[in-house]
Design a binder for this molecule. Structure first.
Ligand SMILES: [Fe+2]
Length: 495
C-alpha cells in the first residue's frame, strides 16, 4: 500500500465466493453494491491528485445464507459472493492511455473545459454511487450523464442520458432522492448561463423525467445532494459559489472545484419547492455553512414544519484540501462533519398563506458535533421521521480516517460506537428487516485491516450494534464513497 492505507490504488479485480465467519440472517438475500475511487494512476506518469478524481471501482457483495448458489467456500455454511471491477468508462480508457485529467480538481481540466465536455461528451468517471432507476443500475457522479452498469458482472453497458425534451443542466447533484412510499426518484441539475437555474425533476421508472421546477440563482452553488419530504424538494444553496460566466471565459483557468469561491456574506439560502405544483414555497436564509450530505428530511405539525438533518463541514474551504497529499498527511478535516438539524417553519397551514415566503423561518440545532462522515438512515425512514443515524465515527478535528462506525439516537442523544474487526471503517449502510422496530435489521460496513493488508465486510446487528458476521475480502480496498443494498439482486447458482 502507498503511504496512507485506504488512499492506495487497487489494481486487481476479483470474483470469488467467500466464507462467512458468524452467520447471516436468513432474510438477507440481496446485494450491497458500493462505488468509489479505486485507483489514482493507471499509467506511468499520469495520476490524479484529488481523492474525488480516482477511477470509479464498483464492489458487489451478494449475501447467500446457506450458500444456496453452491459457491466454493471452506468451513462456512453461509457465503458472500464478491466481485470488484473498474467501471470501463471513457475516462478509464483515457486513463489507461495516459490521458486522464481528472475532472474535479486535478490538472488542466478547467471549469470551461469540463462544462464543454459535459455538453458534447460528458465526463463519465462515475465513482460516487450506484442507484437503481427503473430497471437500470446507474453509476453516478456530478454529471448529467450516467453510466449503465450490469449488476451481475459490473461491466459498463453504455451510457444513459435523459432525452433532452426537459430543461437540463451541465452539473448534477450526485445523489438522487427516493420517496419510498411512492418509489419516485428526484434529481437536481444546474444550468449555467447568463441566467443560471437549478432544475428539479421527478424520474419515472421508464427512464423519462418530469420537470417540476426551475429556480434561478445569480451564482450557482456547489451542491452534492438535496433533501426530499413527502411534499417538498429542498435545495440547500451553500455560499460556495461559482461565477456562471466563468464558463464563457477563454484561456487557462483553475481546476473545476477551485473555481468555487467561499462567499460567507451570502449566508445559506434554503429553497423549498412544492413537489407537485413546482411552486417556490419558501427560501429562508440561515448562517453560512457547507455540507455534502443531507441525511434525511421529513414534515411535522401537519406539514407546516420541515425538518432537515444535514451533515455540515465546519470549513468549506477545506473542500479543496481533499487532495491525496493532504489526506495522506492525515488532514481529514474536510471529511469529518457534524450532524445538525434545521427546522423550517413554512408558515400558515392552509391556502396561499403557506406560500408567503416572507413568513418562513429557519432554526438551527446541533445534534452531534464530535465527528461523523457519510451519515445514513434506514431507507425505510426516508422522507419520514427517523430516530437513528448511522455514520463513520471521526475525530473533530480529524487527523485520521474513521476508526469505527456509530449509531446516533436523535431522541436521547446517545451514541453507540463499534470499533472491532478492522482499523478503518467505511460508510455504514442499514438494511431494514421490515415491519419491526426502526433499528431491526443489519448494518453493513467495510473495514480495512492494515496489518492483515485486506478489507473485511462486517455485518452488525442493527439493534445491539455488535458484530454478527464478518467476511474477509481477498485484498485491501481503498476507502470508497457510497453503497446501496438491492434486495432484488440475489445469488445465482454456481456464482
Ligand atoms: Fe456523496
Amino acid at each position: 500500500m502507498e503511504s496512507r492505507p485506504g488512499f492506495h490504488s487497487l489494481e486487481e479485480s476479483r470474483a470469488a465466493s467467500l466464507a462467512v465467519d458468524g452467520s447471516l440472517p436468513e432474510w438477507l438475500t440481496g446485494s450491497l453494491v458500493r462505488n468509489g475511487p479505486g485507483a489514482f494512476s493507471l499509467s506511468e506518469g499520469n495520476s490524479v491528485n484529488h481523492w474525488f478524481d480516482g477511477m470509479a471501482m464498483c464492489y458487489r457483495f451478494t449475501f447467500d445464507p446457506g450458500n444456496e448458489a453452491g459457491g466454493s467456500v471452506d468451513g462456512s455454511e453461509d457465503a458472500v459472493h464478491y466481485r470488484n471491477r473498474f467501471l470501463e468508462t471513457d475516462a478509464y480508457e483515457a486513463a489507461q492511455a495516459g490521458e486522464f485529467n481528472g475532472g474535479f480538481a486535478t490538472g488542466s481540466t478547467t471549469l470551461r473545459e469540463r462544462l464543454k465536455t459535459l455538453f458534447t461528451e460528458p465526463y463519465d468517471n462515475t465513482n460516487i454511487i450506484v442507484e437503481r432507476v427503473g430497471d437500470r443500475y446507474l453509476a453516478l457522479t456530478e454529471s448529467p450523464r450516467a453510466v449503465v452498469v450490469d449488476p451481475d458482472t459490473l461491466a459498463v453497458d453504455g451510457h444513459f442520458q435523459y432525452d433532452g425534451s426537459e430543461p437540463a443542466g451541465q452539473l448534477a447533484c450526485a445523489h438522487l432522492k427516493r420517496d419510498p412510499s411512492t418509489g419516485t426518484l428526484f434529481n437536481v441539475e444546474t444550468e449555467f448561463g447568463r441566467t443560471s437555474e437549478y432544475h428539479v425533476h421527478a424520474l419515472t421508472n421508464g427512464g423519462q423525467r418530469r420537470h417540476i421546477a426551475s429556480v434561478e440563482t445569480d451564482a450557482p452553488a456547489y451542491m452534492h445532494s438535496f433533501a426530499l419530504t413527502p411534499h417538498y424538494v429542498v435545495l440547500t444553496e451553500f455560499p460556495l459559489r461559482v461565477d456562471p460566466l466563468a464558463f464563457f471565459k477563454p484561456g487557462q483557468q483553475a481546476p473545476f472545484i477551485e473555481q468555487f469561491e467561499w462567499q460567507p456574506d451570502r449566508g445559506t439560502r434554503v429553497v423549498v419547492v412544492d413537489r407537485s405544483s413546482g411552486e417556490l414555497v419558501a427560501d429562508p436564509l440561515t448562517d453560512a455553512l457547507f455540507g455534502f450530505h443531507h441525511v434525511n428530511a421529513f414534515e411535522r405539525d401537519a406539514g407546516t414544519e420541515l425538518v432537515l438533518d444535514l451533515e455540515t463541514i465546519p470549513d468549506a474551504t477545506a473542500i479543496t484540501d481533499l487532495s491525496l497529499d493532504s489526506l495522506r498527511n492525515g488532514d481529514m478535516n474536510a471529511v469529518a462533519g457534524r450532524l445538525e438539524r434545521f427546522t423550517i417553519d413554512i408558515g400558515g397551514v392552509t391556502g396561499t398563506a403557506r406560500y408567503d415566503t416572507e413568513e418562513a423561518t429557519i432554526d438551527r440545532e446541533m445534534l452531534y458535533n464530535e465527528g461523523t462522515a457519510l451519515p445514513t438512515v434506514s431507507p425505510a425512514r426516508w422522507c419520514q421521521p427517523h430516530r437513528y443515524v448511522y455514520a463513520m465515527s471521526m475525530d473533530q478535528p480529524a487527523t485520521e480516517w474513521a476508526t469505527g462506525v456509530m449509531k446516533y439516537d436523535t431522541e436521547t442523544g446517545d451514541v453507540v460506537e463499534f470499533q472491532r474487526g478492522g482499523d478503518y471503517f467505511g460508510e455504514p449502510v442499514f438494511v431494514p428487516q421490515g415491519g419491526a422496530a426502526e433499528d431491526s435489521g443489519v448494518v453493513l460496513t467495510v473495514a480495512l485491516d492494515v496489518d492483515a493488508d485486506r478489507s473485511r465486510l462486517l455485518v452488525l446487528d442493527g439493534e445491539r450494534f455488535d458484530e454478527r458476521a464478518r467476511v474477509d475480502l481477498p485484498h485491501p480496498a481503498p476507502f470508497d464513497f457510497h453503497g446501496r443494498y438491492f434486495p432484488e439482486l440475489k445469488a445465482k447458482a454456481n456464482e
